[in-house]
Design a protein around this ligand. Structure first.
Ligand code: SF4
Ligand code: MG
Length: 288
């Protein structure tokens, strides 16, 4: 790996987070990700969030699809389900509906989420399934060696777009807001403390929470979503942003400025579990 793509400051920040005593949540498996990959921030952020929220590993299930990000369940000391490509959300929904006491977190990358898995996102969002979905977006298929993904930028050169990518990228935040996910936020792997805060906040939300995480693939992307570009290419949401205002959230996504980090939208409404219990009650039955 080109050393200048692996920022020293990131390793220092991750060491600070590791020193916070949340190693009980780490498995004994050594991550197989490339050195410097943004997914290391995911592991530290997730385990710190569990520690901070006091969630027991044995009451937590991490569900993933296929891809580099989807190897995540191997590296945390929770229950895990490495499912089929793109099928993370249906499996996570089934687990949550079968046992509402569990904390269920779905994890994946941009290919798994927004190509083969995209059809499941509107339904998890509209039904307000009480799970958290963490999508690590590097704008590339990393596991299969760097092909263009649904979030690759126009002009991005890859093995499948050797001249350049002519496809308009999908807009994940706008998609999630359009289907009214009840919590929508964005973080960046190069800011691991903020990422940990955002994972904790997403998991604390009751309902479907979606966290979009900008996460460099240091091996196959040397030009676009790099640490060097993102370090100066992101901004914080304005301090006066009203997270209860859906149109304000969409305006921030569409703003011509740099991508914003923070909570775009949040609302409280009945979850799928709530609605099912209410339906059973109205029918004169008794919910388990
Ligand atoms: Fe991370 Fe890219 Fe390596 Fe996959 S190929 S582990 S996304 S750096
Ligand atoms: Mg990807």
């Amino acid at each position: 790996m080109n050393e200048h793509l692996k920022p020293v400051y990131l390793e220092e920040k991750l060491d600070e987070i590791r020193a916070d005593g949340h190693q009980d949540y780490r498995s004994k498996a050594i991550p197989t990700w490339c050195p410097g990959c943004g997914y290391y921030s995911m592991t530290e952020g997730f385990t710190m969030a569990l520690n901070r929220l006091g969630i027991e590993p044995e009451n937590t299930v991490v569900v993933s699809g296929i891809g580099c990000a989807s190897r995540f369940p191997f590296f945390v000391n929770t229950y895990g389900f490495h499912t089929l490509h793109g099928r993370t959300l249906p499996v996570a929904t089934g687990i949550k509906q079968a046992n509402d006491a569990l904390t269920v977190v779905a994890v994946g990358g941009d290919g798994d989420a927004f190509a083969i898995g995209a059809g499941h996102i509107p339904h998890a969002a509209r039904r307000n399934v009480d799970i958290t979905y963490l999508v690590f977006d590097n704008g590339i298929y990393g596991l299969t060696k760097g092909q263009a993904s649904p979030t690759s930028a126009v002009g991005f050169k890859t093995p499948t777009t050797p001249y350049d990518n002519c496809d308009q990228p999908l807009n994940p935040l706008m998609m999630l807001l359009s289907y009214r996910a009840s919590w929508v936020g964005q973080a960046y792997a190069g800011r691991p403390h903020h990422l940990a805060d955002m994972i904790a906040e997403a998991m604390a939300h009751r309902g479907f929470s979606y966290l979009h995480i900008l996460s460099p693939c240091v091996t196959f992307d040397k030009t676009d979503m790099t640490y060097a570009n993102l370090d100066v290419g992101v901004r914080d949401l304005p301090g006066d942003h009203d997270r209860t205002d859906l149109l304000a959230a969409m305006a921030q996504v569409e703003a011509k400025e740099a991508p914003a980090l923070g909570v775009f939208f949040e609302e409280g409404r009945p979850t799928l579990g709530d609605a099912m219990i209410e339906t059973i009650r109205r029918a004169g039955g008794q919910a388990a």
